[in-house]
Design a protein around this ligand. Sequence first.
Ligand SMILES: Nc1ncnc2c1ncn2[C@@H]1O[C@H](COP(=O)(O)OP(=O)(O)OP(=O)(O)O)[C@@H](O)[C@H]1O
Length: 245
Amino acid sequence: MQAETLKQQAGGPPCFETRKLSKVYGEGPGAVHALRGVDLAVPEGELVVLLGPSGSGKSTLLNILGGLDRASSGAFFFRGTPMHDASERQLTRFRRDHVGFVFQFYNLMPSLTARENVSLVTEIAPDPLAPEEALSLVGLEKRIDHFPAQLSGGEQQRVAIARAIAKKPGVLLCDEPTGALDSATGIRVLEALKNVNETLGATTFIITHNASVAGMADRVIVFGDGQIRENRVNATKAEPSELAW
Ligand SMILES: Nc1ncnc2c1ncn2[C@@H]1O[C@H](COP(=O)(O)OP(=O)(O)OP(=O)(O)O)[C@@H](O)[C@H]1O
């Protein structure tokens, strides 16, 4: 698998495609079937919102797409390249070069400023955004020299988003990014994600328990019991500020 083959091609294959993707944790009678034959194609640049009850398989899918976990069976392609049989080394490289992750908890270094937290990534990426540019994309240009303890939860999450996108990933995977936030702060975080998706063109997945967030998506995928129950494309998209919480 050459790095070249993973680059975005105009008119090329979907960003992600899965075929009969399944994941079983454990064995025997106690085995948990977290994914049961997921078929999915997501074009480049879409903003995808994943909904579904707790335990329905959303995080499992995101972790497999991001190369953090492996499927038990089925196929999974990134920009047309098969990833299900990639070696550990290839998966590590895929994550490093192409994937930004945002989780519910921000995991910032408390002793470093916002700028320095983002610099941790930009120092090792081949063609990064300047930390100031990444922080400006999430609306934090006036907070770059603040430490995490001097920032609100929503601001800290936006630093975490700036850190995830500073390497200009093709894909941004967000697992409950607003899970710990109140509605006004959550909306600011969603605005930052929308801006990043539109400005950088990163294919963006957002897992949420808040069904109203679906309104800002290009595509809404609803999970139930390890399967896709619904996969719909929005004809029109709402602004994050219009979402009811
Ligand atoms: N490492 C693991 N070992 C065993 N079972 C697991 C593991 N990770 C997830 N599971 C199980 O797989 C199923 C799907 O979990 P997953 O975290 O993907 O669901 P989810 O839809 O993201 O849930 P939530 O909304 O609560 O985060 C659940 O039954 C969960 O308990």
